[in-house]
Ligand binder design. Structure first.
Ligand code: TMP
Ligand code: ZN
Length: 419
């Protein structure tokens, strides 16, 4: 494993002392997953010795019930060079196309509307708007290499982190935004205050802010602990989002459930103070699930520990029978799962993955080789553990032949099982 330094003297990590939403000091830790390497940093062999692991501890705020990480790995380390491109994920490309279609309809957007995507990655979402005739678009993307990809591809992109200060500058340059999107970026933001105030300032009077974030309710219900990693600083419930936006004079006007990342929510926010029935209903459900009680999280942590033991036992019994096992899809979640459960090359021959960048490299921490999917087809294992479980249906459909020929898939969450 990588270099592990003392918690408080770690370079590149700052420790937050108060809740990210309400600034309360009453924070309680309920889960320790680290020390953990950054799950998206697929390594070359020569990088093994300089690999760094960071704390990955999860806290509950007694005051506003927000679930969050308090050890913040420097955004420079995490986002300035980024290896994940949205466009390389076919399901996400389809998802973003639907998001564009739905928001255009729902918000009745005019063709000249200024549409801003924060954390726009390679411009995949904005390309969907372009294709539908919306030309006034702007991406904001902190990763230099990825912002360049987007610009080269004709998606106007500013290479910077979004915050209040930058928002004012962007407004000066481009005018007010009619729609600001933040998909899978809001949970990455440490300084939510600056971000939300920036959005509020940048939005036109009737503008809408649309975010998509993984939903805490699903995380808890489905034991999706492997979606917890350093980039995801916040694990939102409607309750905590409602608290946050109200604090800065904004309102959640609608919420929809979406499928991506094991169950996310699409949240519509604007500068009015309209009350939404959907919001009330979902908060009721959260209270029924006791998302506001610390005991819920202690129980969750216990179940995570049990999952680790069950999965390790299952894999060991298969190895004892001489079975070949591989990993399918070198997802970030997979890195968390394998590191937390300490599953390495003694168990998995390789992890197959379709992403060219990952192929020929090794997964973080456990250093399992990543190979192209062709390898999986050429010499199929007896069992393959689905590490990109959010795509399980698509994967099992695609790998019909593997199953027909006697191959079996293992689903790691919420309960390790052979399918
Ligand atoms: P992500 O969930 O962190 O985006 O990672 C998903 C990974 O799974 C990504 O590297 C691509 C890979 N993958 C495959 O290798 N084969 C597939 O059929 C699918 C759907 C994903
Ligand atoms: Zn709080």
């Amino acid at each position: 494993m990588g270099l592990v330094k003392e918690r408080n003297e770690m370079e590149g990590v700052t420790k937050r002392r108060v809740c990210r939403v309400c600034e309360s000091k009453k924070m309680h830790r309920f889960l320790v997953l680290g020390p953990m390497p950054l799950p998206n940093y697929f390594l070359k062999k020569e990088q093994f010795s300089s690999e760094v692991s960071y704390p990955l501890d999860v806290y509950f705020c007694e005051n506003c019930h927000m679930v969050q990480l308090l050890d913040i790995v420097s955004p420079k380390i995490m986002f300035e060079e980024y290896y994940y491109t949205t466009g390389s994920s076919a399901p996400m490309t389809v998802h973003f196309n639907e998001l564009a279609e739905d928001t255009i309809k729902k918000l009745n957007l005019k063709k000249n509307a200024l549409i801003v995507d924060i954390g726009s990655n390679d411009g995949t979402l904005l390309k969907s708007f372009l294709q539908k005739g919306f030309k006034n678009i702007l991406g904001v993307e902190p990763a230099k290499n990825i912002a360049k990809l987007a610009n080269d591809d004709g998606v106007r992109t500013e290479n910077e982190f979004f915050n209040n200060e930058n928002a004012l500058r962007l407004k000066e340059k481009y005018g007010s935004a009619d729609l600001i999107l933040g998909t899978n970026v809001f949970a990455h933001v440490d300084d939510l205050k600056s971000f939300v105030i920036g959005v509020k300032e940048f939005l036109s009077e009737k503008g809408t802010f649309v975010i998509e974030v993984p939903y805490l309710l699903h995380l808890i219900k489905n034991l999706e602990f492997d979606t917890i990693y350093h980039e995801h600083l916040s694990y939102f419930s409607i309750q905590s989002l409602d608290y946050l936006f109200k604090k800065y004079g904004m309102s959640i006007v609608d919420v929809e459930n979406v499928k991506s990342h094991g169950g996310s929510i699409r949240v519509f926010v604007n500068n009015t103070d309209v009350k939404s029935e959907a919001v009330e209903r979902m908060i009721d459900e959260e209270n029924k699930m006791e998302l506001n009680s610390f005991d819920t999280y202690l129980k969750f942590a216990e179940e995570v520990q049990n999952l680790k033991e069950t999965l390790r036992k299952l894999l060991k019994s298969l190895k004892d029978k001489g079975m070949h096992i591989t990993g399918y899809g070198a997802s970030a979640k997979g890195s968390i799962l394998l590191n937390y459960c300490k599953i390495g090359t003694e168990t998995l021959d390789y992890i197959s993955d379709t992403t060219p960048f990952k192929q020929g490299r090794y997964n973080p921490g456990m250093h399992i080789p990543i190979v192209p999917e062709e390898e999986f087809h050429k010499s199929p294992p007896d069992y393959a553990i689905i590490l990109a479980w959010n795509y399980a249906d698509a994967i099992m459909k695609k790998e019909e032949n593997f199953i027909k020929n006697g191959g079996k898939f293992i689903m790691p969450v919420p309960k390790p099982r052979i399918v």
